[in-house]
Structure formats: C-alpha cells, structure tokens
Design a protein around this ligand. Structure first.
Ligand code: UT7
Length: 319
C-alpha cells in the first residue's frame, strides 16, 4: 500500500508587523474590540511589491530543506491561494520556475481558507495513485491586497503569509484520512465579487463578509468534518494529539475544540500573531508547532478548514 507522508514543513511571514494599535490610528477600531472579538493582536502585511509567490518561495525552500530534498526531486506542485500573482499563469507555475523545477504538473487550488486542506488531500491522492513520488503543497496569500482598508469590519481580521509542506510516498500513513466539502449556495456570505473586464474591474475587488453567518457556519461544519475524517480510520477525538483549525477567530477555534471535546492544550493557535492568512493559516501553524518541538514524530494532527465558497474540509495526518 502506498501512502503520502509529510516529510518537511516551512513558512514565511512578511517582515512588516501591523498591531491593533497601528490600525486604531487609521480607522475607528480599538485593540480591545479586536482582541475581544477575534483574539488577534497583530498581523504581518506584505510590502506592495511582494506577491504570493514571493512568500511561497522561501516557505517551499524551508520545507524542502527540512525534508532533505532538492527542488528537482519534487514531482507535483500545488499552491492554494485566493490572491494569485496573476490571473494566469498559476502561482504554482511561477513557483515552479523560481525553484528551478521543470516538467512536473503545477496548478493552483482555489478553495479560499480551506485551500491548503484541499491541496493536501489532492496531493495525497496523486501520491497514493503511484504516479507521483513527492509533492510540494503550499498555502500562500497576500489578503492585504483584497481588503478595503476603510472597512473596519474586515480590514482588522486578515494578514499575509505562506506555509508549505513536502509530501513523499511512504509505506506508512502519513495522511490517514481526508474529507472535502463545498456548498456554493452560500457563496454570498464571503466573497470578492469582482473580475477583470475589458481593462478594468467589474464588480468589487474587495473582500465582503457576513461575519456572523460565517462564524455560525464555521463552528457547525468544522466539528462535523473532523469527526468524518476520524470515522474513516475508526478513531475518536481522544486519538488526536494536536488540533490545527483554520486560524480566523480564537472564538471559532475554542468553540470547535469544545464541541469536539478536545482540550485547549492540544490546540495550535497562531491567529493572535498572524491574523487570518486564509489558505496559509494551517500550514503556517503546522510549521510553527513542528519547529518549536510541540508536534513530535508519530503524533496525530487534525487539520480542519472552512472558507469562502463555502468550502470546508479535514485532513488527519500522522507526522
Ligand atoms: O476565514 C473565514 C472567514 N472569516 C471568518 O471566519 C470570520 C467569522 N466571523 C467573525 O469572526 C466575527 O463575526 C467578526 C469578528 C467578523 C465580528 O464579530 P461579531 O461579534 O460577530 O461582531 P458584529 O459583526 O456583530 O459587530 C458588533 C459591533 C457592530 O457595532 P453595532 O452594530 O453593535 O453598533 C460593528 O459595527 O462591532 C462593530 N464593529 C467594530 N467595532 C470596532 C465591527 N468591526 C469593528 C471593529 N472595531 N474593527
């Protein structure tokens, strides 16, 4: 039996840190409101010249170094992003060129904040098919580009960054289970409803969100999809060593852990420092907890995401 295993992780955050106090100086908000409603203290914001692929390159190189692999050994590249460098070519193709890799398939996945879980599940299936021996899966975002910085209800929530993992074929699992879902009938609760049209932008280029609707939906589906992945392996929440939910709001994270009956000590939380980095949030948190020694080889980690689309998904991985 062929499985895929995470053999390296990496991440990259832009240098510039923007605190809640910084935001309170430019819009009608406060550190107290942002912390109380979201748990966010600060976020990293990319320079105007920095793109998603600029963040994806160092994150990928770090993951490859951790895996002890040269870029040329990668035979599949998937980038999850809603803030690609261009309409096309894909950010995955741009990343491929910048890593000096030629020939392997490279494509983007657009599942917003669930994008990394989607990418991991897809890469796992490619590797299990026996046709690919390794994969680089990246979540990379510059959400600061699609925020209306005059809209306090969304501008305070997001940040920029990238996280990456290298998967390799292995006789032991690895990615133990995954479950992916979408329901496009809720597309309007979280969207950037614009497109490039005849040299301009048709619709809006800014993120729009019904925060409360997204909040309720997230808490409902994250619990269910985590249990669905566990059922695939006949495991229970007691078998999880670490829970890494999408980092959107500490209240969503805490409510999800509570519904799953998972102790707060098993949660990896980065939203306080990173804000919501969409598809990058889960691999960023994973890399942080691997590098600081919390996540140890042999441990089981549940990754759960929810985002625009709406999309939601889970991947249970043994490190
Ligand atoms: O990645 C997935 C995407 N996003 C999410 O998962 C986000 C999900 N939703 C949330 O996290 C929360 O709904 C928010 C953090 C967005 C909002 O928290 P809330 O507790 O649902 O607040 P609210 O939208 O009900 O707003 C409460 C009040 C309103 O004022 P009034 O109408 O009560 O006078 C807002 O105008 O807070 C006001 N408000 C703010 N005040 C200060 C909204 N944004 C701000 C702000 N600073 N930044």
């Amino acid at each position: 039996m062929i499985y895929s295993k995470i053999v390296g992780t990496g991440s990259c955050l832009p240098e510039k840190v923007v605190t809640n106090e910084d935001l309170a100086m430019r819009m009608d908000t406060s550190d107290e409101w942002i912390r109380a409603r979201t748990g966010i203290r600060q976020r990293h914001i990319a320079d105007v010249s920095q793109t998603s692929s600029d963040l994806a390159v160092p994150a990928s190189l770090q993951a490859l170094a951790a895996a002890g692999m040269a870029p040329a050994e990668v035979d599949l590249i998937i980038v999850a992003t809603s803030t690609p460098d261009h309409v096309f070519p894909s950010t995955a193709c741009l990343l491929q060129a910048r890593l000096g890799i030629k020939g392997c398939p490279a494509f983007d996945i657009q599942a917003v904040c669930t994008g990394f879980v989607y990418g991991l599940a897809v890469a796992d299936k490619f590797i299990r098919s026996g046709q690919h021996k390794s994969a680089l899966v990246v979540g990379a975002e510059v959400f600061s580009r699609i925020l209306d910085w005059n809209d306090r209800s969304t501008a305070v929530l997001f940040g920029d960054g990238a996280g990456a993992v290298v998967l390799r074929a292995d006789s032991r699992p690895g990615v133990m289970a995954s479950a992916l879902h979408a329901d496009g009938s809720h597309a309007d609760i979280l969207s950037v409803p614009g497109n490039i049209c005849r040299g301009g932008i048709a619709g809006s280029p800014f993120l729009q969100m019904d925060g409360q609707a997204v909040f309720k939906f997230a808490v409902k589906v994250l619990n269910g999809v985590a249990r669905e992945a566990l059922e695939q392996c006949a495991l229970t929440t007691r078998d999880i060593d670490w829970l890494i939910p999408h980092q959107a709001n500490v209240r969503i994270i805490d409510a999800t852990a509570k519904r799953l009956g998972i102790d707060a000590s098993k949660l990896v939380v980065t939203v306080d420092r990173h804000g919501n980095t969409s598809a990058a949030s889960i691999p960023l948190a994973l890399d942080l907890a691997v590098r600081d020694g919390r996540i140890q080889p042999g441990q089981r980690v549940m990754l759960i995401g929810v985002g625009g689309g709406v999309t939601w998904g889970a991947a249970l991985v043994e490190i």
